[in-house]
Write a protein that binds this ligand. Structure first.
Ligand code: ADP
Length: 296
């Protein structure tokens, strides 16, 4: 069952166009929605999670009209928001039990079985009696996944889930996400390229409310294959290279800047052709979008 988004737009009261005519088909499995901060990801996630109204457009999950049938959507939705706000001072067990009750699991025995299974699944069984307020970032996110899985959702939305997690916690969280069923639409909204690289078979890039790319990470890599050039420079040369070339990435390797430039030919002496990464794809789209405000 695909999620089909057509012509979705949203302008805030202050005039910011957070979504500009976004059309996107999201199949079952893990889908990465990649964009820098302010791109419009949370706006899109909140609209799909029935928490916000769109100005125009539609979203259909199979034959369910997501924008106009909010009650029905909430029954099949698992949502892990960017921030929970205040974390409750009750135990993980009590909180899951409470949410399960709210979601309609009214039979005590059934609820106990469900809550226990979820706590085991997200590896919080040992901590079930601890207050969530005292959990680490990774534990809070795993708790978030547990609550989003109550009610066997068909659509799971996870908004910026790995921001602030250390590498170990991030890995545990990745492993957990990959265990979610294949017949569920899982949208992972993130500005972290690694999240998409490790988890997603399909992805989209958005910036300033516009869809810039949709397809598989491999398609995205193929688009720029053979056109990424790399050079290791010194810190003092960085400004000069930034002025002379359009850098698509710049990172430090062993303390030295390693820059990537996109081009059909070597941009200057000393550049070597390198295999593109998803990060190159991301920055290629984002930077060309900055120089060309009206993007097709
Ligand atoms: P992302 O999740 O990709 O960081 P958001 O959807 O949060 O992006 O924001 C998209 C744009 O809309 C940003 O420019 C942001 O400042 C603006 N925005 C978000 N929420 C509101 C709001 N409630 N009122 C006004 N502007 C908003």
């Amino acid at each position: 069952m695909d999620l089909i988004i057509s012509g979705l737009s949203k302008t805030y009261g202050n005039g910011v166009k957070a979504l500009d005519n976004v059309s996107l088909t999201i199949p079952t499995g893990m889908f990465g929605l990649l964009g820098p901060n302010g791109a419009g990801k949370s706006t899109l996630m909140r609209i799909l999670a029935t928490l916000q109204e769109a100005d125009a457009g539609s979203a259909m999950l199979g034959d369910l009209d997501v924008l106009n049938n909010k009650e029905a959507v909430r029954k099949v939705l698992g949502y892990l928001p960017q921030e929970f706000g205040v974390y409750p001072r009750v135990s993980a067990y009590q909180m899951l039990d409470h949410i399960a009750l709210l979601k309609g699991v009214t039979k005590g025995g059934e609820r106990k079985e469900l809550v226990e299974a979820l706590l085991q699944k997200v590896n919080l069984w040992e901590h079930r009696k601890r207050r969530i307020a005292g959990f680490s970032g990774g534990m809070k996110q795993r708790f978030g996944i547990a609550q989003s899985l109550i009610g066997e959702p068909k659509l799971i939305i996870v908004d910026e889930p790995t921001a602030g997690l250390d590498p170990g916690e991030r890995n545990r969280f990745y492993n957990l996400l990959t265990e979610i069923g294949e017949n569920v639409v899982v949208i992972l909204s993130t500005h972290i390229v690694q999240d998409v690289q490790e988890l997603c078979s399909k992805m989209a890039i958005i910036n300033k409310g516009k869809l810039l790319f949709a397809g598989s990470p491999n398609d995205a890599l193929r688009e720029i294959d053979g056109r990424v050039w790399e050079k290791t420079i010194t810190k003092s040369e960085l400004e000069q290279y930034t002025k002379a070339h359009q850098l698509i990435s710049n990172k430090l390797v062993a303390g030295k800047p390693v820059i990537h430039v996109l081009g059909d030919h070597a941009p200057a002496e000393g550049f070597l052709k390198t295999a593109p990464t998803l990060e190159d794809v991301f920055f290629t789209h984002i930077s060309s979008d900055m120089t060309t405000p009206v993007h097709a």
